[in-house]
Each structure stands twice: as C-alpha cells, then as structure tokens.
Design a protein around this ligand. Structure first.
Ligand code: SAM
Length: 451
C-alpha cells in the first residue's frame, strides 16, 4: 500500500503522528472488526460472538474473527450494527457532555448509512432523533438501517443542510459527521488512496465550513455541536475547530479520557479548542477525529409555516388500526399517503413542523395499510421496538430464517393469518398463513441474494 507522500509530509508535525508505525500498520494487512449491539433488541450476554469489549462504548465489541454478517439472521433483525470502533467514541462524548438524555432534540446532519444515528438512537431513547442525509440514494440505506434498529422516536429527512434554516425546529444536539477526504479509512479501503490529494482536502475543508455555517442557526443556546471526520488532515480537523471558534458563538467542550485508551488529545492552534485523534497504529480502530462545542447564543432558524403533509386518520380507520395493533396511549397515529404510522405524541408537533418544511423519508413507525377489512402490517412494525407480543409468532431455525430473508417459499406450521417470524426471539418480519400456502412478506428490496 503506497500512502500519498503529500499526506505523510503534511502530518509530520501533527501530534500523535509517528511515521514508521503509521506506515507499518497500513502495510500489515491487519483488519479490526467491531460491532455495536442494539440494547433494545439483544442482551449483551446472549450472543455467539467472542472478543474484547470496546472501552468507550458499553455496547461495543471487537470481534476475534469476522463472520459473514449477511448470513446471520440476527443482523437483519437489527440486533447489532457493524461499526468502526473509533466511531463508537461518540458514545463517550455524549455520555460526558449530555449526561441527561431525557427529551433532547438531536439532529444527525450527515447520517447515511446510519452508524452514528443508530448509536444516538440507543442513547437518546426518550428524545427525538432527526437523521438527515442529503444524497437521495444514500437516504435509502439510512432508512433501512434505522428501520432495522427499530426506535419509534426517529425521523429520517433527505435535505440539504441549508434547508434546516427554515425548518421551524431547533436542536439541543447536532452531530456533523462531515464528508471528508477519508484518509482515516485507507487501511480498510486502499482504493480510496487514489482519490486523495491536497486539493481534495482543501475542497473538503471549504465544504465542511459551508455545512457548519448552514446548520449553526439551528442549534439551541447551550446546545452541543459534535464535529467528526475520518480524515487526519488538520485543514479538516483542528483548523475547522479554529474556524468555528472564531465566530464567537461557541465555547470548546473537553472530554476526559484515560491515557490507556491511547486517544490523542490535540489543541487547535488559535483557539486552543481540544480535539480527539484516533490513529490505527496506537489503538484498535480506524483514523478518526472528533471535537465538541457548546453554543453561547440562541437558535435563529425559522419556519416557513406551510401546511403539513400529514393527515389524521378518520375515527373508523383508527378503530380498525387499533383493533389490529393496540397502539400505546402515549402515541399519535397519523397517515402518510395510505400508510398508517405512529410516533410518540410528544414529538407529533415537531413532526408536523418538519413535514411542512422538509422532505420526510420516514417518521416514527409504519403500522400498515388497510385493505378492506384486513390490515396489511408494515415491515417497520415487525422491526420496531414496540410491544408485539399479541401477534401470532412462529419460530424458525437458521436455515428457515435464511429462506425467509431470501423471500423463498416456506413450509411452516403457522396459525392462519398474520404471523411474526421469530429467530432467536427476534422478529424478522411477517408471513401470512393461508390454508394451502404461506405468503412471504419480507421486503423485496431487502432480500438477501448471497447463497
Ligand atoms: N454519519 C455516517 C455514519 O456514521 O454512518 C457517515 C457519514 S459520511 C462520513 C458523510 C455523509 O455526508 C455522507 O453520507 C454524504 O453523503 C453526506 N454528504 C455529502 N455531501 C454533503 C453535503 N454537502 N452536506 C451534507 N452532507 C453531505
């Protein structure tokens, strides 16, 4: 692997950079695999994996070997997420800076494919998470991953950061995991080396400033901005911290870290703002930078106040929906197109505001559609962390689970009507059992193709 000479040159005086060990780890071919469990779905003591815990994230685990995740049904059930261990440090950052997660409004601005968002969803379980991705095709994988994660307090939007200026909502926490030049991922993805250049670093730095400029008005006073990249370049890391601090709108927030974690604390040249660097030759994780800031002035984002795209169901429809699925009292049921959905009622007003101003890709949990007297349940409902115990359940083994996930024909002894397919106590989705066959309702677009 030939690392770009300009990158090596530019890092010579950067704290924590040691050329020989940095080169050696990139040459070694060593790969680190880590997963983060979904605490709403899987207990930490009941899984088949072996490995060391990740010190900065209570649900993180380094794996001794990399299994085929595609062929593990519990992966498709949202029991865990495969994520670089360095990125999981976000858990430590939010635990230290926002010790009370209750009722916080959180925006993950650059969210696809959803690594940080699934982590945020597990921390802010009583808050509202708006998870945004500007690129339409990438928003689909974000929806898929958050659907499988199952939390009901999540809204996925597909907007440019500038649109939030007029979205009529402000946030207590904003995470900007910015698009960057990607040098931190060279070990994992050597093909990315070809795209790296000093010009690209400069381009990314300007784009990062634009993104931050667009979103700062949406952060509340005393709100926390968390900025992260997977780049080693100071232009995208400490210099962005200096740029943010030069606005006068922020004070820097520091994190206490045990030295044995081998995370390198740096200080931006002009403002002295602390940042945290992850080098793969010093710890088990990819290259990563993260810094946090507390805002000193109020939010100034406004709303355009168009009418909302959401509709409330008619009384009779609501009765039919509730007969199929007794939605908890604390939830609001609403309609988007033909789909009935629900969200915690305390977030319904915010959802309406967002739906008036932004492009919503997913809000709360889809319950299903009415077809005459029948309700066709949504796959989202099966994936959700809502109580599903009153549905018929049929337990499958690994072979049957994989058949189900491939959308193949199944021969199961299931009671007539809708059944949840359960694998190791985790729902995989719906089947409808008819007198002479079983209809497989696993979503066509998510079916696994690997044999
Ligand atoms: N947070 C994600 C995770 O943990 O899975 C990874 C985010 S990735 C580093 C950066 C994201 O920013 C990409 O999904 C990319 O599509 C998006 N992006 C690209 N250009 C952008 C822009 N101008 N404004 C906002 N986001 C952008």
């Amino acid at each position: 692997m030939t690392l770009p000479p300009d990158l090596i040159q530019s890092l010579q005086s950067v704290k924590g950079f040691h050329e020989s060990s940095f080169r050696a780890i990139h040459e070694s071919g060593e790969q680190v695999t880590a997963i983060r469990f979904n605490p709403a779905k899987k207990s930490l003591t009941n899984h088949p994996f072996t490995g060391e815990p990740i010190p900065w994230c209570p649900f993180g685990l380094y794996l001794d070997k990399r299994p085929s995740f595609t062929l593990d049904p519990s992966f498709h059930a949202g029991a865990y997420y495969v994520q670089d261990a360095s990125s999981m440090f976000l858990w430590e950052v939010i635990s230290q800076l926002i010790p009370d997660p209750q009722d916080k409004k959180v925006l993950d601005l650059c969210a696809a494919p959803g690594g940080k968002s699934t982590l945020l969803a597990s921390y802010f379980t009583n808050g509202l998470l708006v998870s945004n991705e500007v690129i339409k095709s990438r928003a689909s994988i974000l929806v898929e991953n958050l659907t499988k994660w199952g939390n009901s307090n999540v809204i996925v939007t597909n907007n440019d950061p500038a649109h939030f200026n007029q979205a009529g909502i402000s946030f207590d926490v904003i995470v900007v995991d910015a698009p960057c030049s990607g040098s931190g991922l060279f070990r994992k993805d050597p093909d990315a080396i070809a795209e790296w250049s000093l010009d690209h670093v400069q381009h990314c730095s300007l784009r990062q400033q634009r993104i931050l400029d667009d979103i700062i008005p949406s952060l509340n006073e005393n709100g926390i901005l968390i900025y992260a990249t997977c780049s080693y370049s100071q232009e995208e890391d400490e210099m962005i911290a200096d740029w943010l601090m030069s606005s006068g709108a922020f004070e820097a927030a520091s994190i206490t870290i045990p030295t044995e974690w081998k995370i390198v604390e740096t200080f931006a040249e002009k403002s002295n703002a602390p940042g945290y660097r992850f080098y793969p030759d010093q710890l088990k994780g990819e290259g990563f930078f993260i810094a946090a800031f507390r805002k000193k002035s109020p939010a100034t984002a406004i709303g355009k106040g168009k009418s909302s795209a959401l509709k409330l169901p008619q009384k009779q429809e609501l009765e039919q929906v509730r007969a199929f699925f007794p939605v908890l009292e604390s939830f609001s049921v609403f309609k988007q197109g033909d789909q009935f959905r629900c969200i915690d009622e305390k977030w319904y007003y915010d959802l309406q505001t967002l739906a008036s101003n932004l492009y919503i890709r997913k809000a709360g949990i889809g319950l299903g559609e009415l077809k005459g007297k029948d309700m066709i349940p949504a796959h989202e409902l099966a994936m959700s962390t809502l109580p599903l115990h009153h549905f018929n359940q049929v337990t499958v083994n690994t072979e049957e689970a994989l058949k189900y996930l491939r959308r193949q024909d199944l021969y199961l002894d299931a009671p007539k009507g809708w059944n949840l397919v359960m694998y190791e106590q985790l729902p995989l989705g719906w089947i409808k059992s008819l007198p002479n066959r079983i209809n497989n309702y696993y979503p066509q677009e998510w079916r696994i193709l690997k044999q």
